[in-house]
Write a protein that binds this ligand. Structure first.
Ligand SMILES: Nc1ncnc2c1ncn2[C@@H]1O[C@H](COP(=O)(O)OP(=O)(O)OP(=O)(O)O)[C@@H](O)[C@H]1O
Ligand SMILES: [Mg+2]
Length: 389
């Protein structure tokens, strides 16, 4: 729109030079704040509010206007009316307000400071955790790779074993996993050594991956007829930790499971001592959980007496919904000792990261998702140990 089409008055207001101000314009400007302040802030004003509206360098006219009102009694009609009106108005809460964004930034700054306080120490004994939940899409893979990345960034040696034929964890860690790549399939079906399939994550030193290839899809069937079919992964891990290869002995081994209880998941349960359950903060979150717990009980009774649920993490928490808070409360009420204090927010940055072959910790280190996963990893590392403060 050209300036010529502006309605009469607009153009004049913007373009009128100071000298052309109508008589009384300046006074109007002086009186106006007085009226507004009076209306919002009945007398007496708080010192804080006065400081905001009356800076030390306030124009001289303002002072003159006030003096006129209070000292001489030569009150202008506008001012007098405003003050009268102010007496009738309800008091307004003068507590200084901050915006939700400012609150969030302040909260994140505080959490970052807490995170950097204290050193994460390696566990006395290597810990093997299976990240499991028979419900699909709850954040198992996302949790596995991000917790692993955070632990490695704390200086620990970490291995992710991708035992899901989908190979999502391998993708998220930027590890090639096409059909020719040596993989977990070769370990569990062909009896190859674990050392032979390990690849280091390109972005994070100290983080390694045993990738899954499409071959693993057939492993469920092939395993059925093999000797010691439930404990083949355990054998490979134990052998590696006794005689570590180039990657060295791992402090943490995280096994990313498929969303089912086939022989691959059973292998993960037999190899691990701890079960780490990500729970999505959604309506159906707890459905299927009792079945998972029953299965863990069965494995403990028959195959691995040391297996226990050590950790639960709430994922995809949406602070804007009451449902998320309700699910979180319910899970915390049932599993008070296992649920980590940190929860993972629903975040676009977290879901974008895998498409770049990265974890959110390298994709967007300053994001709230990266912060939350680092907090969760620090809590996990502190379980049963003491963090050096
Ligand atoms: N905190 C989060 N915020 C937003 N999106 C998320 C978050 N966590 C996971 N996602 C997304 O949700 C989807 C499912 O996550 P993920 O693959 O980790 O689940 P899963 O339990 O491993 O699934 P599956 O059962 O198929 O193995 C993915 O698209 C992932 O990017
Ligand atoms: Mg997965």
């Amino acid at each position: 729109m050209s300036t010529t089409s502006l309605p009469t008055g607009w153009q004049g207001t913007a373009a009128t030079p100071k000298t052309a101000e109508p008589v009384g314009w300046r006074n109007a400007a002086v009186i106006e704040p007085t009226v507004q302040v009076g209306a919002l802030r009945p007398v007496p004003a708080s010192p804080a509010a006065t400081a905001l509206t009356e800076p030390a360098s306030a124009p001289r006219e303002t002072d003159v206007s006030r003096e006129t009102v209070t000292d001489t009694g030569a009150v202008s009609r506008e001012t007098s009316a405003a003050e009268t009106a102010a007496d009738d108005l309800p008091l307004v809460d003068e507590t200084p307000r901050t915006s939700p964004l400012a609150d969030e930034l302040a909260d994140q700054a505080r959490r970052r400071a807490q995170l950097s306080a204290g050193k994460v120490v390696p566990p006395a004994q290597p810990r093997v955790l299976t990240i499991s939940n028979q419900k699909g899409g709850v954040g198992k893979t996302t949790t596995t790779v991000n917790i692993a990345a955070a632990l490695a960034q704390f200086g620990l040696k970490v291995l992710v074993i991708d035992i899901d034929p989908q190979g999502n964890a391998s993708t998220a860690l930027g590890i090639p996993h096409h059909a020719e790549v040596p993989s977990v399939y070769d370990v569990v079906v062909e009896d190859d050594e674990l050392a032979g399939v390990l690849q280091e994550c390109p972005d994070i030193p100290g983080l390694w991956c045993a990738p899954a290839t499409i071959d693993l899809a057939g492993a469920e069937l092939e395993l059925v007829s093999l000797v010691a079919r439930e404990s083949r992964l355990k054998r490979a891990i134990d052998q590696y930790q006794r005689e570590p290869g180039a990657a060295g002995r791992f402090d943490f081994i995280l096994i990313d499971c498929p969303p089912s209880l086939g022989l691959l998941t059973v292998n993960a349960f037999v190899a691990a001592e701890e079960v780490f359950i990500p729970i999505q903060c959604e309506y159906y979150a707890l459905e299927g959980l009792s079945q998972l717990l029953k299965n863990i009980e069965l494995i403990r009774a028959h195959l691995n007496p040391r297996l226990h649920v050590s950790t639960i993490l709430l994922t995809m928490y949406d602070a804007r919904t009451r449902l998320s808070a309700q699910v979180a409360d319910e899970v915390r009420a049932h599993f008070a000792d296992q649920v980590l204090k940190a929860s993972i927010p629903r975040s676009v940055r977290i879901s974008e990261a895998p498409s770049h072959g990265q974890t959110v910790l390298t994709y967007d280190p300053s994001s709230s998702g990266a912060l939350s996963y680092s907090e969760a990893a620090k809590e996990l590392a502190a379980q049963g140990t003491k963090i050096d403060e």
